[in-house]
Write a protein that binds this ligand. Structure first.
Ligand code: MF3
Ligand code: CO
Ligand code: CO
Length: 259
């Protein structure tokens, strides 16, 4: 894989704007996420919001992906394709993953939502997965190893008897959708390359209640599910390495994820 790009201040400002738009898209859609709506409807609203903000939804036609965002319910780990048939129902947990291209720059972020009354183990999984992402983010500073992101996430998840998906990773982002390096969510301590100021990448752990393995749907070529049909959760932010730590470029403040 190619080298990890150190972004210029101008590029960072562009990626910050795109990441803020991606975050604001999640905040916007949070008002429409509720029991009874289809994932297709949410996808349409997301596409419209992004285009109204002079940007392009990056997933659309990316390696043939047919929709503008990914919506992954329950046992779907990631890359769920929005459709009319999938209607949100009481007890569901879901991830909505939005990636924007604004003035040529990419921002990538995702969040979980819960619908109505979810099981205690589902609610805990969602809360713990968000915490796992922040444990990873806390490792970001110049000179630290990328592997320590996955080390901290993996150690926490193991302590809670969860498993960490290793077949999908975080990634450099900004000039392109997926750049070097691959950011592993389970890794040995002090492994991998070192972080430098100006690097931009995602941290997007996928955590499972059961086994870690993913199986990609043979028919659609995208939808990745757990092999044991148990629940999976994911949160994602786009992170900049600053001189003394990190900036969460896609952070737009709090909104309600319990619907
Ligand atoms: N947004 C996803 C990520 O976090 C990638 C989705 S690729 C798509 O990397 F084609 F499915 F949209
Ligand atoms: Co990503
Ligand atoms: Co994403």
């Amino acid at each position: 894989m190619s080298e990890i790009i150190i972004k210029t201040p101008e590029q960072i400002e562009g990626i910050r704007k795109s990441s803020q738009l991606a975050g604001n898209t999640l905040k916007y859609i949070s008002d429409f996420v509720k029991e009874g709506v289809s994932t297709e409807y949410l996808d349409q609203l997301i596409e419209e919001y992004i285009r109204n903000n002079n940007a392009i939804p990056a997933p659309l036609n990316y390696h043939g992906f047919p929709k503008s965002c990914c919506i992954s319910l329950n046992n779907v780990i990631c890359h769920g394709i929005p459709d009319e048939k999938t209607i949100l129902k009481n007890g569901d947990i879901l991830n909505i993953d939005v990636t924007t291209i604004l003035d040529g720059y990419f921002g990538d972020t995702s969040t979980m939502f819960t619908i109505g009354e979810v099981s205690k183990e589902a609610a805990n999984l969602v809360e713990d997965t968000e915490h796992a992402m922040y444990l990873g983010i806390d490792q970001v500073k110049p000179g630290n190893y990328f592997g320590n992101i996955g080390f901290m996430i993996g150690r926490f998840a193991k302590g809670k008897k969860y498993s960490v998906v290793y077949e999908f990773c975080g990634h450099g982002v900004g000039i392109e959708f997926h750049e070097a390096p691959q950011v592993e969510h389970i890794a040995p301590k002090n492994s991998g390359p070192k972080m430098k100021a100006g690097m931009v990448f995602t941290i997007e752990p996928m955590i499972n209640l059961g086994k870690p393995r993913a199986i990609v749907d043979e028919k659609d070529g995208w939808t990745a599910r757990t092999i044991d049909k148990k629940l999976s959760a994911q949160f994602e932010h786009t992170i900049l390495v600053t001189e003394d730590g990190f900036e969460i470029l896609s952070d737009v403040g709090d909104y309600d994820i319990f619907k």
